[in-house]
Write a protein that binds this ligand. Structure first.
Ligand code: UT7
Length: 336
């Protein structure tokens, strides 16, 4: 078995900043409600027609991660792409990245798992590198939410929260034995699948020809649905459990954490976890204020920013944790 590590990170967000006040002009919401309940001040939205898609944003983030890892794009020997907002229903964006980066015909895998998508994708990359099958795996989390949100008062419970953006990492073989990804921990509980879901255009509902015939503008199954309070209650429990599970697996304790990078779902969730584990402000990284919840992109964007700001140093114990639709949740324990 080999060791694996993250050797390069990058992120990309669209230029277009959408503030809470901007949203209050198109739906019944306000800056005070959004900040108080979520911590979000602004998010980025792709401007329709400017060329950014889930794939192109992922490619931009990937180019930065590849350059920072010191490898050539042709050294990438596997691609993993996590998203809930793919450019096409099929094929998934992994193959589009292979095409757009112009790299040889390496394998490309698409991961779902929504807010936990990047943690799941990292776990897959980690296993491939540890077994020696691949040396440099490109892992991307990217989302274009804004085109699929209900930007009316009907959708305000969901649409004020989500933002667009992408993050990427190179997971490569690590020669030293005491550094790198120590372990990953994944869970699911499909019992609550519909509590945070976008039901259509799944094939389980109706024949596509019937859906097209109905052409019903009131059909909300095409829009994301979230039972916010129920998701919140589960999130705080599962976040805590999976962080403890990861620490225990490595004979570590909360006091050993140098930096916790939680999925950016809600600042109140991060603050709850911070308090529960007795961590200081400099031990938890939050950027939901600036980007909202970017689902599979949120951890790689936050991890990249934390690294760029010098908040993660060699030898640090870095913990990633996510919870979201599925429900799915997971953690990654890294000795940086
Ligand atoms: O990333 C995946 C995992 N996701 C999460 O972990 C999200 C977890 N959930 C949450 O973060 C919170 O539940 C939300 C931020 C989504 C909602 O906050 P909340 O404190 O649970 O509010 P609520 O849904 O109970 O709504 C409270 C009130 C309602 O009005 P009434 O019924 O009390 O009159 C809503 O209609 O706030 C109203 N409301 C809004 N008001 C202004 C809902 N959305 C908005 C809005 N602006 N955008």
């Amino acid at each position: 078995m080999f060791n694996s590590k993250i050797s390069g990170l990058g992120y990309y967000v669209p230029e277009n900043v959408v503030t809470n006040d901007d949203l209050s002009k198109i739906m019944d919401t306000n800056d005070a409600w959004i900040q108080e309940r979520t911590g979000i001040k602004e998010r980025r939205h792709v401007v329709q027609g400017d060329g950014d898609t889930t794939t192109t944003m992922g490619v931009k983030a990937a180019k930065i991660a590849i350059e920072r890892s010191g490898i050539d794009k042709d050294d990438v020997d596997f691609i993993i792409f996590a998203t809930l907002s793919p450019d096409y229903y099929f094929p998934g964006p992994g193959v589009l990245v292979q095409r757009d980066l112009g790299i040889k015909t390496v394998g490309a895998l698409d991961v779902r798992n929504q807010c936990s998508g990047f943690v799941y994708a990292l776990s897959v990359a980690d296993q491939y590198v540890k077994t020696g099958m691949y040396k440099n795996v490109l892992v991307i989390g990217s989302e274009l939410h804004s085109h699929g949100l209900d930007m009316t008062t009907r959708g305000r419970g969901v649409s004020v929260i989500f933002g667009d953006g992408a993050g990427a990492a190179i997971v490569c073989r690590e020669e030293s034995s005491d550094k790198g990804i120590l372990s990953t921990h994944l869970h699911s509980e499909g019992e609550h699948a519909e509590e945070l879901a976008l039901i259509a255009p799944g094939m389980g509902k109706r024949w596509v020809t019937d859906i097209l015939k109905d052409n019903d503008p009131e059909d909300a199954s095409y829009l994301p649905h979230m039972n916010g309070q129920f998701v919140f209650k589960n999130a705080v429990v599962r976040f805590s459990e999976v962080i403890i599970e990861g620490l225990k697996a490595n004979n570590l304790e909360a006091k050993d954490i140098d930096m916790l990078v939680p999925h950016q779902a809600n600042l109140r969730i991060s603050q709850f976890i911070q308090k529960k584990f007795g961590l200081g402000d400099d031990q938890v990284f939050n950027n939901i204020m600036n980007y909202g919840n970017t689902t599979a992109a949120s951890i790689p964007i936050a991890l990249t920013e934390a690294w760029e700001q010098g908040k993660i140093k060699s030898g640090d114990l870095v913990v990633l944790a996510a919870f979201g639709s599925g429900f799915t949740w997971g953690s990654v324990i890294i000795r940086w």
